[in-house]
Write a protein that binds this ligand. Structure first.
Ligand SMILES: CC(C)(COP(=O)(O)OP(=O)(O)OC[C@H]1O[C@@H](n2cnc3c(N)ncnc32)[C@H](O)[C@@H]1OP(=O)(O)O)[C@@H](O)C(=O)NCCC(=O)NCCS
Length: 184
């Protein structure tokens, strides 16, 4: 099995991220978002979006690549988009279905937190759809549910929870002590 490496995104990653983005949305949100919306997701459209995000600041996007250089997970972060009382935000975090539960999500989240701290953000929030079991992953990694809201996604209103970390430097130093590398 291949080792996994986490690195900042490069311009050539947009297509690989977009493909995985659509694949993971269709897997994670089946039964939560509408079928027409999920079927209509376009990797080409998302590739244009990711290319522009990467052009703006490649270090705000992290990818998990296997030994063949194939992207198996990705995440992105930046300044918090609302007044949630947190400075930074993790906007996306997705791991390919066949690669979940090997420590890749944790490694990506820690890399995004480290990037936020580097940018001067000492706290962070992540918004997750409440019907998405991924929220228990954030709880497992020390996030506390701090806010709730309704988000419009694909023509429907869905309930979302905000998970917060109030002290990222402290969280990262504790995580570094019990560090576990992604499994091959
Ligand atoms: C949520 C997600 C990012 C987690 O990534 P992952 O690589 O599977 O998670 P990891 O292997 O790093 O797990 C880290 C820890 O969280 C736990 N965990 C992972 N997913 C979990 C879940 N859904 N519920 C409870 N615990 C979970 C793991 O068991 C592990 O626990 P440990 O510390 O005891 O070893 C990934 O499953 C995913 O992409 N899901 C679908 C897309 C999605 O919903 N993304 C989030 C959008 S906001």
């Amino acid at each position: 099995m291949n080792p996994i490496a986490i690195r900042p995104a490069r311009p050539g990653d947009a297509a690989g991220i977009a493909r995985l983005d659509v694949e993971t949305w269709q897997a994670a949100y089946a039964g939560i978002l509408t079928v027409p919306y999920l079927v209509g997701l376009s990797a080409e459209r998302r590739e244009r979006g990711w290319a522009s995000v990467i052009r703006r600041e490649p270090r705000d996007v992290r990818v998990a690549v296997d030994g063949d250089g194939i992207i198996r997970g990705f995440g992105s972060c930046g300044a918090c988009r609302d007044e949630a009382g947190f400075s930074g935000e993790v906007f996306t975090l997705y791991v390919a279905p066949d690669w979940q539960n090997r420590g890749i999500g944790r490694a990506l989240l820690l890399a995004l937190f480290a990037r936020l701290v580097e940018r001067g953000h000492d706290s962070a929030v992540v918004w997750v759809l409440r019907d998405n079991p991924a929220r228990f992953f954030y709880q497992r990694l020390g996030g506390r549910e701090v806010r709730r809201k309704t988000l419009p996604v694909g023509g429907v209103s869905v309930a979302a929870s905000g998970y917060g970390w109030r002290d990222l430097p402290q969280f990262l130093s504790t995580a570094a002590r019990d560090e576990r590398q992604p499994e091959p």
